[in-house]
Unconditional design. Sequence first.
Length: 256
Amino acid sequence: MSDNEKAEDLKGGPGHIILLAVVFAVPVLKLAWTLGGGGEASEALVAMEPSNWPDVLIGMLLNTALLASVLAVVVSRTTYAYFAAKGGARVHADSSVVHTLLVAAVVPLTFALVVGAFHGWWWGAAVAVASYALRLGVIVEYRTGRRERGSGKRTRTSPSGWLQHSADTAAMAALLLAGVVLPVIALAGAVDGRSWTSVVECDVNTGAGNERARLVELGRKGNGVVGWDIEGDEVVNGINCGVSENDVVRPPLWRS
């Protein structure tokens, strides 16, 4: 494999960029909008400890079935296409079609089990079907010569036949999911005003005696919690807590 091919193999497409943006930027936006601003987000982040900030993304995925499903499909297809371009396509070319199809099904089934366990088996089934279909599109692209093995570059070969057209349709669907659908859903989830974690009602003492307050739980401490006081706009310690049925902290952006 030439140096140019290796360099091409290591390049990420738009799916990689969107995934990085979702993982790193969306949790910060979620904190800032839900709690009321950048200063509040910084204060909450310190209380959570920075190493725990991925909990925000995890909470969003656990609370939003559509976001979890689309992210799983995009990750499944993006990683498969990436490793195919790095040389996986050549490996699959030397294997039987049945073996290639079976190997390609492992990750979609794994994601389907995870999504199905948290959001229901219909969501899991949708993830499995969509993820596998997009992976099949990658396989067809290489086996029909629409992409070069070793570089992942698209060739100038015009699509002919239903397989090639299906592969092009799958590639376009993957691009739309990664470049349009995923960022829109992620941004909507970040500014919907719902908490990414439990909202609890606790006894809080800020110097004027105990009073009942609604807190966004940021962490556990002893027999109480460290949380963001929704009314007081500050980090406080709460005891004698109970989970609130209402997880709305503020109105969503489109209603504010």
